[in-house]
Design a protein around this ligand. Structure first.
Ligand SMILES: [Zn+2]
Length: 315
């Protein structure tokens, strides 16, 4: 096996393409492409192919020097056949990534989802290094997770295991994008906090966050953090509420799977330390007493790179 692979993180806003040294975890070179406007299968394939070509040219590597190409996509994937079944954020359905990339570069191409590659990256070179039994939970626009047991990602019968965002936490609760009611994602994601804050502002509540909000733009994790630093009552209240729900979800994971370690990552966790600390304290208090004494929590360490590094290890 050659030690260099190309890892690709295909997200809703950007494609990150990296040349990874699998022995050291180093990202030798990377190329970033925006996916904001021109989405759809043709555009996505075109950007991936030109991105890989740029990467090879700029790094002076040839396809012969590369072991494989691994792609993690934000959506539902058919790993066996290398097909993106559905990625609503990329406007891609039934897209055969393997066929397209193999015909261009004549290399083995492997496909996974965005959360599993991030968990894989953390396991190889990040917060879970040396641990083969853990759960990664990422909180940002949505809430996603990946379960690792004996060093392997658990995919489940239909490849959708780990969808903690759609764990139902309120039977008569808020409508989720998936169609169900009361999913964790509708309470504990950055977008859920955003909706709560906007709702309160519409009702006339005052908040320091008004100093940062720009029309037409969403409330970012860093705006939430800045408002907490100013001890803003409304934002703290909404973040506490999200932490209450997320900690309930984590306590359920701890009781159900009994992992050694839970890694928390994603934009909201990275930017808002108060949210991370409140959530893990509450999760420990809510789960059963024996696992509560043993469970370890860590923040993800590789940030934006976890996905590309993990994707390089797909097989
Ligand atoms: Zn849902």
């Amino acid at each position: 096996m050659k030690k260099f692979s190309i890892g690709i993180d295909l997200g809703g806003t950007k494609i990150l393409i990296a040349l990874v040294n699998k022995e050291t975890g180093d990202v030798i070179h990377y190329v970033k492409k925006k996916t904001k406007k021109d989405k759809g299968p043709q555009n996505i394939i075109r950007k991936m192919v030109s991105g890989i070509e740029e990467l090879l040219e700029e790094s002076k590597f040839k396809p012969e020097d590369i072991d494989s190409i691994g792609v993690g996509a934000a959506g539902q994937v058919d790993r066996e056949n290398g097909i993106i079944i559905g990625a609503p954020n990329l406007d891609c359905y039934d897209l055969n990534i393997r066929e397209h990339l193999t015909s261009h570069f004549n290399l083995p191409v492997y496909l996974g989802n965005d959360v599993e590659i991030a968990a894989m990256g953390e396991m190889k070179f990040g917060a879970a290094k040396g641990c083969d039994d853990f759960v990664c939970v990422f909180v940002g626009t949505g809430v996603g997770s990946s379960i690792v047991k004996d060093g392997k990602i658990i995919h489940g019968a239909t490849g959708t295991a780990g969808e903690i965002g759609h764990m139902i936490v309120d039977l008569n609760g808020r409508q989720c994008a998936c169609g169900a009611h009361g999913c964790l994602e509708a309470y504990a994601s950055r977008s859920a906090i955003e909706k709560r804050i906007e709702g309160a502002l519409r009702k006339g509540r005052h908040s320091a966050i008004l100093d940062y909000i720009e029309t037409g733009k969403s409330i970012s994790s860093s705006m939430i953090q800045k408002s907490i630093e100013r001890e803003d009552e409304l934002v703290i209240q909404c973040v506490n509420e999200a932490a209450e729900y997320l900690s309930g979800g984590l306590a359920s994971i701890i009781n159900f799977i009994n992992p050694k370690l839970i890694i928390l990552g994603g934009g909201l966790i990275e930017a808002v330390d108060y949210f991370y600390k409140t959530t893990i304290k509450k999760a420990r208090a809510k789960c059963l007493p024996v696992p509560a004494t043993k469970i370890e929590f860590k923040k993800a360490q590789l940030g934006d790179y976890s996905g590309v590094i993990g994707a390089a290890f797909l097989e």
